[in-house]
Design a protein around this ligand. Structure first.
Ligand code: SGN
Ligand code: CA
Length: 495
């Protein structure tokens, strides 16, 4: 009798557990989402998630790079703990992940799209992933039967696969977690046929520091290879050259019709110096935003399907990216730095009946929190060695008084690609301290007074107290997260 009652309770509890659709894009900076106040594009469908849910203004990554971020999402641990400190290392899939626990606790689990962790996905009932970085046109995929070829545009294909999977499982008894992971808007920013002419004839606003010469920054910033001026490749990045070989005849025709006239113009214009930088920025940013237009359309299709099927009532929808990106900010493309444009990542969560529609949270949240959050949502036990904290209370509108006061960051990959110096640091709601430990240089910023991080206050005597406090905080965070993979803050090379 009692056993039957317990079983009934468990079953009804299980029946109430929400589904989760985690939409994860690649390199989509928050400042290219209109809900975050983008001045360069509109994302009406991503904005719908924010209108119905909660937008996190201060969500950051622990290591602004693809594979490290993905390993962190799965494990709830910083790079040094999960082993994926760069895009070269293979993820050790024998370690514990939230998805394995979710699966064991009765969730149906699936991943579709970019995985990028080198080892086979573990903990997924279903997977259909791009090999490595994947490609935009006519991509290969890998499922349990092996690698196979597809035809079409990658964002559309991932969307169709995801919708098919949802349709197939909409009536299952088990709750599900679908990780829908896009390639876009990653380099080389190849737009889909439908959006190749978006923004034609328009001028996208330039960031204020497109012409940054980095003289006010650390010496590593002068040696990077990610500048709009010098490092964007004409044919590969800016499409000033023949159409990519992967395209079929029809796709080539549409591509050439879009790019050839401008390419002719560019050849005859003979632009020099800053004029050429401006032109490169326009070509770069328009293609990046065109890729996002496809993502936004995809989000709309998923939201529409959830609504139409009735799944929306008990499905949490999350929009996030593996890191931010420089959109000409500081004169750059790419990511990696602890600077704001690449440190921040969009996080928008719509949880029916829980998140207040149109709400905004400003607490310091990090991608080490996601695994714990998913487990909390599922009512599963959170392993004690996961390093983040569930944001479920924040989603409910609460602000725990003991919430973290700082986030920790550590980037490793050097020198290829892009020559960004290894760095670790700490950020509070107002200040940021970064150490480039291989060149032993430091930066301290007051983000309130200097949001574009141009004025290094590390040697400013007026900020001595802040500096000491931030140094203590950095050491404390390194200890708390057990990171001994770089020189210590105190007692290492001199400051
Ligand atoms: C590729 C890109 C880089 C990019 C990395 C990492 N070059 O190597 O520009 O920084 O991916 O991106 S490309 O010529 O291959 O496009 S990540 O998102 O996977 O970390
Ligand atoms: Ca990425």
């Amino acid at each position: 009798m009692l056993a039957a009652a317990i079983l009934a309770a468990t079953v009804s509890q299980a029946a109430q557990r929400p589904n989760i659709v985690f939409i994860f894009s690649d390199d989509h900076a928050a400042h290219a989402i209109s809900a975050y106040g983008s001045v360069i594009n509109k994302t009406p469908n991503i904005d719908r998630i924010a209108e119905g849910g909660m937008l996190f203004r201060n969500c950051f990554v622990g290591d602004s790079l693809c594979a490290p971020s993905r390993a962190t999402v799965l494990t709830g641990k910083h790079s040094h703990e999960n082993g994926v400190i760069d895009n070269v290392k293979k993820f050790d899939a024998t370690q514990e992940t939230f998805i394995r626990i979710l699966q064991k606790s009765g969730y149906l689990t699936a991943i579709i799209g970019k995985y990028h962790l080198k080892s086979d996905p573990v903990g997924f009932d279903y997977y259909d992933i791009l090999p490595g970085q994947g490609v935009y046109y006519n991509p290969d995929f890998i499922n349990k039967d092996g690698q196979y070829h597809t035809h079409g545009y990658v964002t559309d294909i991932i969307t169709k696969k995801s919708l098919d999977w949802l349709k197939q499982h909409r009536n299952d008894k088990k709750p599900f977690m679908l990780m829908m992971q896009h390639k876009a808007p990653h380099r080389p920013w190849q737009p889909g046929p439908k959006y190749l002419n978006l923004y034609r004839g328009e001028t996208i606003p330039e960031p204020v520091d497109l012409f940054d010469d980095w003289t006010e920054r650390n010496t590593g910033a002068q040696q990077q290879e990610m500048s709009v001026r010098k490092n964007l490749i004409l044919d590969y990045d800016l499409k000033i050259g023949p159409a990519p070989q992967r395209l079929d005849e029809q796709q080539k025709k549409v591509w050439d019709a879009a790019y050839q006239p401008q390419n002719e113009w560019f050849k005859s214009a003979n632009l020099k110096g800053d004029d050429q930088v401006r032109y490169k920025y326009q070509r770069y940013i328009k293609d990046y935003l065109r890729c996002i237009a496809s993502i936004d359309e995809s989000v709309g299709e998923v939201l529409d399907y959830l609504k139409q099927s009735g799944l929306d009532k008990n499905t949490i929808v999350i929009y996030n990216s593996d890191q931010g990106f420089f959109l000409g900010d500081y004169g750059w493309f790419d990511k990696r730095w602890m600077y704001e444009p690449s440190l921040r990542t969009p996080l928008i969560v719509k949880w029916p009946g829980v998140t207040k529609p149109g709400s905004v949270n400003t607490d310091l949240v990090q991608n080490i929190d996601f695994a714990e959050t998913f487990l909390d949502i599922a009512g599963a036990k959170i392993p004690s060695d996961m390093q983040g904290r569930s944001i479920v209370p924040l989603l409910k509108g609460e602000h725990p008084t003991d919430w973290r006061r700082s986030i920790y960051y550590h980037y490793y990959e050097y020198p290829q690609p892009h020559h960004v110096p290894p760095q670790y640091g700490v950020r509070t709601d107002r200040f940021k301290l970064v150490r480039y430990y291989t060149i032993n240089e430091w930066e301290l910023f007051d983000l309130k007074a200097d949001p574009r991080e141009r004025h290094n206050l590390f040697n400013d005597s007026g900020y001595q107290v802040t500096k000491d406090h931030m140094l203590q905080l950095l050491e404390a965070d390194r200890e708390y997260y057990k990171d001994d993979t770089a020189p210590p803050v105190f007692g290492g090379p001199s400051r």
